[in-house]
Design a protein around this ligand. Structure first.
Ligand code: CA
Length: 408
């Protein structure tokens, strides 16, 4: 299979090959590919092979590569697989494999625009019940369009970056007036983030059938959320300071090419969406509006407290992308959109603590016996995920880690 000495089912085997940005010993940031427990220094490898395109790997972000578009992404992958599986390339490639423990990982993309969706019916229903107990949990528009909001791209941070507890205004329903201070209901949202490449021109929507030309890859995404700030500020324009203080993403971008075998049909949409959001049937049965069979794990200080399944999501990433551009809004390379909290029907598949503790009423017990409702200073959250790959392989996403630090 490969000249690399990799155990079968290694989550970073040759069927995966996610891209990231790394540095060593204070040198410039550059693009690498994760293979096994190593990072392939792509620029060095491509320059040795005499490839002109090596320049895109010298960049400090994936954006120049994202600009090249779908054909270049797929041919780059084909070249990589050849380098890593054909014994003839071994002596040329091996010197450019660096132990992952010896490199520093950075934000993989220069985030252009950031949008966060709300695509889990179970999450939206649970939140509706808690935030608006006297009305229908799902708003009338929910099953007709993937709801989202524009977030703050400048505060997207790479896994491992500490998260400062935000300060802000809050006012409980029975409080006479708002107060200011550190959030007392700091939460997470376990999501997938979709990395977009190949920009579009203003006024030209991306049809659902063309979404794959722009969907480069997938990261784990933690949408840190201050529920007390959010509850007071969100009417009528939606999330603002309760979420814009930090969003963490994993350093490795798993390509949509690597996730071909993870495509599944959506659980079902009723009513049928409007034509621009309607998928077509495909040979693999998943359709052009496909879901993804990604298994996520939420770890709180070493205790796994939830196992959300992405295949339960109501809206497809391709539908989100089509909807996001249907008004003529442009895409830019480096755009990032989050799926929204991944929550399934079972309690232990809920992707945030608001739901897992039912707004703090039902504390979780961690492995050390401590009880938690919302995050305390010093708490560490780790998201992990895997998906099925080609030929029975496992596609690993690695980890998205963040530790909460006290408010300043
Ligand atoms: Ca979110």
């Amino acid at each position: 299979m490969t000249w690399l000495d990799l155990p079968a089912h290694h989550p970073f085997g040759v069927h995966n090959l996610p891209y990231g940005v790394f540095s060593t010993g204070g040198a410039d940031r550059r693009v690498g590919v994760r293979v096994g427990d190593h990072v392939l220094d792509l620029a060095a490898c491509a320059e040795r092979a005499g490839m002109e395109s090596a320049a895109v790997w010298r960049a400090g972000s994936l954006n120049p590569f994202l600009d090249l578009g779908r054909e270049a992404w797929t041919s780059g992958r084909t070249w990589l697989v050849e380098q890593l599986t054909n014994e003839a390339h071994r002596d040329a490639v091996q010197p450019h494999l660096l132990p992952v423990a010896d490199v520093t990982m950075h934000l993989p993309i220069e985030v252009a625009d950031y949008v966060d969706f709300y695509a889990s019916e179970h999450h939206a229903t649970n939140v509706g019940r808690m935030f608006r107990p006297d009305s229908e949990p799902l708003t009338p528009n929910w099953r007709h369009l993937p709801i989202g909001y524009h977030g703050r791209s400048g505060t997207v941070v790479v896994s491992g970056t500490d998260v400062l507890r935000p300060q802000g205004q809050r006012k409980g329903p029975t409080d006479p007036a708002p107060v200011f201070g550190p959030s007392t209901r700091l939460d997470i949202e376990a999501e997938l983030g979709f990395v977009v490449g190949s920009g579009t021109r203003l006024g030209e929507p991306v049809a659902l059938a063309d979404a794959d030309d722009h969907l480069f890859g997938v990261v784990l995404l933690n949408d840190w959320s201050a529920r007390d700030l959010q509850a007071w500020e969100y009417v009528p324009l939606g999330p603002f300071l309760g979420k814009s203080f930090a969003t963490s993403i994993s350093p490795w971008v798993v390509t949509t090419d690597a996730l071909r075998a993870a495509r599944v049909a959506l659980p079902g949409q009723d009513p049928e969406p409007l034509p621009y959001l309607r998928g077509e049937v495909t040979a693999d049965g998943a359709g052009t509006a496909y879901g993804l069979d990604v298994h996520v794990e939420v770890d709180w200080n070493g205790t796994v407290v939830s196992r959300p399944e992405f295949r339960e999501m109501y809206w497809s990433p391709a539908q989100m992308l089509a909807h996001m551009t249907v008004n003529g809004a442009t895409l830019r390379s480096g755009d990032l959109f989050g799926s929204g909290t991944i929550s399934g029907p079972a309690e232990d598949t809920r992707g945030c603590f608001l739901e897992l503790t039912w707004s703090g009423a039902e504390p979780l017990t961690l492995g050390d016996g401590s009880r938690r409702t919302f995050l305390e200073d010093g708490d560490t959250i780790t998201l992990r995920a895997t998906a099925p790959g080609l030929d029975g392989s496992v596609i690993g996403f690695g980890e998205c880690v963040g530790t909460v630090r006290p408010a300043r």
